[in-house]
Design a protein. Structure first.
Length: 437
């Protein structure tokens, strides 16, 4: 990449995948790159109204996109067109080749080792013969090991070799959110058309539909429609179907109809190969001792390996520092801090309970006492206490300042129900896993 325009093009592609089409067309598609200087990315929009919406709702998402592309954080400045200076199409002095290389998801740039050989071969077989090899294909493994890479490699391969096929990729959480929006807008027909017309449907993080009754019902019918029509289904999860406890049995059974393929953390030889491959894609010379040091420190997450290489490349481009053991120690420290699991926030827990019990977060926080809202609120209180260890008073403050005794009663009630209702216990276990994930 040689210009800021090219840089933002990569960010824009990520944004297109993250937001629904209507939102993208209204607020994102009109954003234009202006300049990049001293760590500040300046973008322009068509009006002051659009600027306000983008700053309020999408600035963090845009900054995350830049971080993913560049490997380091940037500040964001958004201006309306009448403020816009001449676009910057000159090479970026600070980051003239800062993109992290051709990291498009393909089978060619997927590093194969003993930990993922079976899953890789299964994914290639599906791409070569959709619905004729393994259907469904269910790939599972911990976060950061390459599940998304394989799903996207299947998608890209099929789109290249069979452009006439309709290939649809979606994350489980986004599938749920799109369904909620479609129901709210009374527009489920277009939702059905989008997913049931797919020739190949790839769903990442399918575990997120567990415990969400309306979403599971919708996906059950989508799965059946596609399967009966001989369409290919590929699913990915952080755990095998039998361990997604809040998943309906009829879905769990269907997910196991085809082939299950797991991905394990890579061994040190594979980790070193990954590091050298990513460095080569950047044109970055990586000494063997540096690669060995990184591979010994980062053992369980390929994204962290890639993040380290991007950080070292940023050092090289910005400060002229070539990779060595000293600056690599700094890069490792930063990467491990950046990629540690984020603290589970109250909002994330409440959102997960909201989706699972089909009750809005606003209602849970309100004084309403409808039975379904009360039940969801009590579960949210229980999960917050279990995960964060917050005091009863602090938990109560999150729910319209309910007092200590009310929170205590809620915790005891949920605990008692879990002891006699295994389904509720499994649902809460999955809520905790999803909230942490």
């Amino acid at each position: 990449m040689e210009s800021f325009e090219q840089c933002y093009s990569a960010v824009d592609a990520m944004l297109r995948e993250k937001v629904v089409e209507t939102t993208y067309n209204l607020f994102i598609s009109g954003i234009k790159p202006v300049s990049f200087s001293e760590g500040i990315a300046t973008l322009s929009v068509s009006s002051e109204f659009q600027r306000g919406v983008v700053e309020e709702r999408y600035s963090e998402m845009i900054k995350e996109g830049f971080h993913s592309v560049l490997g380091f954080s940037v500040e964001l400045k958004i201006i309306s067109r009448d403020q816009q200076p001449k676009p910057d199409t000159t090479p970026l002095e600070e980051t003239s080749r800062f993109l992290y290389g051709d990291y498009s998801y393909t089978f060619d740039n997927f590093i194969v080792g003993s930990n993922n050989r079976f899953a890789h071969a299964a994914a290639q077989a599906v791409a070569a013969n959709p619905s004729g090899a393994y259907n469904p294909l269910f790939i599972y493994g911990a976060s950061g090991l390459g599940k998304t890479h394989l799903l996207m490699a299947i998608k890209n391969d099929i789109e290249h070799s069979r452009p006439e096929m309709n290939t649809v990729y979606v994350e489980g959480e986004r599938f749920t959110n799109e369904l909620i929006i479609a129901i709210g807008q009374g527009n489920t027909a277009s939702f059905h058309d989008k997913y049931r017309s797919a020739d190949v449907l790839l769903v990442d993080d399918i575990q997120f539909i567990g415990g969400k009754e309306s979403t599971q019902e919708e996906f059950f019918h989508t799965f059946n429609e596609l399967y009966k029509s001989g369409k290919q289904i590929v699913l990915a999860s952080d755990r095998p179907p039998k361990e997604i406890k809040s998943l309906e049995e009829r879905l769990r059974t269907r997910f196991e109809w085809g082939l299950l393929a797991d991905i394990q953390p890579p061994d040190i030889e594979t980790r070193i190969s990954i590091l050298h491959r990513k460095a080569d894609m950047l044109g970055l010379e990586l000494p063997d001792d540096v690669a060995q040091f990184i591979a010994e420190k980062i053992k369980d997450n390929i994204r962290q390996l890639e993040g380290t290489i991007k950080k070292l490349n940023a050092y090289k481009l910005i400060d002229g520092e070539t990779p060595n053991l000293i600056n690599t120690q700094d890069a490792i420290k930063d990467i491990l801090m950046e990629h540690r699991p984020l603290p589970v926030t109250i909002e994330r827990i409440i959102d997960e309970v909201s989706r699972t019990f089909d009750v809005s977060s606003e209602d849970m926080r309100s004084t309403r006492r409808d039975s379904n809202i009360t039940s969801a609120r009590q579960v949210a209180m229980y999960v917050i206490r279990e995960v964060t260890g917050m005091t009863m008073e602090d938990i109560g403050a999150e729910f319209s300042n309910r007092n200590h005794s009310t929170v205590t009663h809620s915790l005891k009630k949920v605990s008692k129900q879990m002891s006699i209702d295994s389904r509720l216990r499994e649902t809460i276990d999955d809520i905790i896993k999803n909230a942490k994930g």
